[in-house]
Design a protein around this ligand. Structure first.
Ligand code: PLP
Length: 641
């Protein structure tokens, strides 16, 4: 264990100021900030017409009914506070379950500071400050991903916050559909003088760049018409648009177009199924592509694309997952882009979206402060295994995708209620605007920010918290999204994951007498699964019963005090349709199980390693080491039952 610490770089004290800490070590700092800025808020209230007398008289606080309500407030808050003590201790390095950890203190403080101002990021009329912050967060994330992020450039990216990755994924679907359908509407309206495709199939299969180009031509063409003609043409196109006609009518009017499919790996989050339904498509249009080692199988993707092409079924979007929710595995984003390139040559085109809700912030490890992308060797020098060449290629390819989902409330260490959607070229957003033909004329950042100040008309949500935007913005300002700043955080946790992985392999050797332990597939990000079976047990059902008992000792139980739990973990299953039959047989055999593809899927422990204090250098404590001691103890005990 001492070797573990000797091999680590010295403790990063900069990061130590960034969290409240497992022990509340920075309580003083947070309290100082909260009190200081709460007072500041009060002064702000008082300085708005200071001559107005206090509406609540100072003597009111002594009235019996005032006192009665005050005591009710206190009682209820005490109750709330007491109940919340049963919460899941995300802050602790003993919590390695779901995708949550301690919060970035600057983000938390900024959000608390902003809450009493209660800005509503639906429009700048009710959020004069925080809308611009949200748009800047979009540009910060765009820069992290490698998109154009200069608001004076025509092709600047656009990003906004959502309640989470689910809504961001839905926004990606909505935008992709709007972009595909628009050229079809232009054709149907019979707009003259534009270079329109010859048929609906071609119109529905233009590249994103071509759609944006066509949109620009259309806007320019409109602008040179007189007001009456402009209004007429606008109306003619409006009535042909999918957004006007609805899916049923639109596709009935274009019988050569069948409902488009969305292709995603079988490991994709269930928000994709929700998104399809919201869009008015069904699960039948969601093609789940098999994986290899829990990563999208490119051959299977290409086969599926060729099948759809033969059937003349259009493809709306292909999704690559950058850090799957259950396994943390990273799809070959570059290969998905190559697959699209191959389809383009055959007249089929579609959007490529990356669901990086989990892994998005890992990109900071690769991003240089000057915006460049780091070479693999340079990054690899900081790790034991990370990043393998395919992983490095996947991150490098992000810049060439159409849109990306990132969750600040996962690896961004910010409070829940912050997801983000980022698209590569903001001009496409005009197609989502609730007010039609929202034309963009800008060539200065002010124009860009002014253009999107009515944010509510471009996004799925309406009213939404400006305080959340302030939190993300400030966190990104304190820790800019490159390897020298924010990147220190994922670097530390990916390194901890590597140590966890190596420890797991040694643990498997040590335990051969007591437990059969396997790491079913190598981790790609800071998420590691472990399969465990009592020795000599051939039955999958018994292995799962054992895992159920083990998990019961590692999950929150409202009936039990938190302190009875040594560690918190989570579980997932290895479904054969996900893992593949051969892989499933291999994993079952490696655990000494009789291969069983029909029964319930194998349960495995799932560890999300994102706490910055897993390796406590200050005290020479490795919570990873302690976890494996716990697992040995608990496992041996439960294997005997
Ligand atoms: C978490 C997650 C989502 C959903 O995000 P929410 O913030 O929970 O709505 C989508 N995709 C992936 C890959 C995720 O990990």
């Amino acid at each position: 264990m001492d070797e573990t610490f000797a091999a680590l770089p010295p403790r990063d004290h900069g990061l130590d100021a960034c969290f409240l800490g497992p022990y509340g070590e920075n309580a003083h700092l947070l309290e100082k900030l909260v009190v200081e800025f709460l007072r500041d808020h009060v002064y702000w209230r008082r300085n708005f017409h200071p001559d107005d007398p206090p509406a609540i008289a100072t003597t009111t606080a002594y009235q019996p009914d005032y006192l009665a309500v005050e005591s009710r407030i206190r009682r209820e808050l005490h109750q709330l506070s007491a109940q919340l003590k049963k919460s899941v201790p995300f802050h602790s390095p003993r919590y390695i379950g779901h995708m949550a950890s301690d919060l970035l203190l600057p983000g938390l403080a900024a959000q608390m500071l902003a809450l009493p101002y209660n800005p509503n990021n639906v429009t700048d009329e009710v959020a004069p400050v925080t809308i611009e912050m949200e748009l800047k967060v979009g540009l910060q994330l765009a820069r992290m991903l490698g998109f154009s992020h200069d608001p004076t450039q025509a092709d600047c990216a656009f990003g906004h916050l959502t309640s989470g990755g689910t809504v961001a994924n839905y926004q990606a679907l909505r935008l992709a559909l709007a972009m595909k359908a628009f050229p079809v509407a232009l054709r149907a309206a019979g707009v003259p003088e534009l270079a329109l495709p010859d048929d609906d199939w071609q119109a529905f299969n233009l590249s994103g760049e071509a759609v944006i180009d066509l949109l620009g031509q259309w806007q320019k063409w409109l602008a040179q018409l007189d007001a009456t003609a402009r209004a007429q043409w606008r109306e003619r196109v409006r009535t042909q648009r999918l957004e006007e006609r609805g899916l049923v009518d639109f596709f009935a009017a274009h019988p050569s177009l069948r409902l488009p499919h969305v292709l995603a790996p079988i490991t994709a989050h269930y928000s994709w199924s929700k998104g399809m339904k919201l869009l008015g498509l069904g699960r039948a249009q969601l093609d789940l592509i098999p994986t290899r080692g829990m990563r999208l199988d490119v051959d299977a993707l290409n086969d599926r694309l060729q099948h759809l092409l033969r059937e003349r079924i259009p493809v709306l979007m292909a999704v690559a997952v950058l850090g799957s929710t259950e396994y943390g595995t990273i799809d070959p984003v570059d290969a998905v882009l190559d697959a699209r390139q191959a389809c383009r040559a055959q007249g089929m085109d579609f959007a490529v979206h990356v669901d990086a809700a989990w892994g998005g912030y890992l990109t900071t490890i690769f991003r240089k402060p000057d915006g460049g992308f780091r070479a693999r060797d340079e990054v690899a020098a900081e790790f034991i295994y990370f990043p393998s060449p395919p992983i490095h290629r996947a991150f490098a390819a992000l810049a060439d995708t159409d849109s990306v989902t990132v969750d600040p409330h996962k690896l961004g260490y910010l409070p829940f209620g912050s997801g983000a959607f980022v698209c590569r070229d903001h001009r496409a957003m005009a197609l989502l605007a609730e007010r039609a033909d929202y034309v963009f004329h800008g060539d200065s950042p002010d124009d860009y920010f002014a253009h999107y100040r009515g944010l509510g008309q471009f996004i799925p949500e309406g009213s939404k918290p400006g305080a959340a935007a302030a939190g993300v913005y400030v966190a990104h300002r304190v820790l800019p999204l490159d390897h020298s700043q924010f990147g220190r955080l994922p670097r530390a946790t990916v390194r901890a994951t590597e140590i966890f992985y190596e420890r797991a392999l040694r643990f498997a050797e040590e335990q051969t007498e007591q437990l059969t332990v396997r790491v079913p597939f190598e981790p790609d990000s800071n998420l590691v699964c472990l399969a465990i079976n009592p020795p000599g047990n051939p039955s999958l059902a018994r292995a799962n019963a054992f895992m159920q008992r083990l998990y019961a000792a590692m999950r929150a139980d409202p009936q039990q005090p938190l302190q009875t739990r040594e560690f918190f973990g989570s579980v997932t299953t290895l479904r054969p349709e996900l893992v593949g039959a051969d892989e499933t047989r291999r994993i079952h055999a490696s655990l000494g199980l009789e291969p069983d593809l029909e029964g319930e899927p194998l349960m495995v422990l799932r560890h999300t390693l994102m706490n910055p204090y897993l390796l406590d250098q200050e005290n020479g404590i490795s919570y990873i080491e302690r976890y494996f001691e716990f697992l040995a103890r608990c496992g041996a005990q439960l294997a005997r039952c």
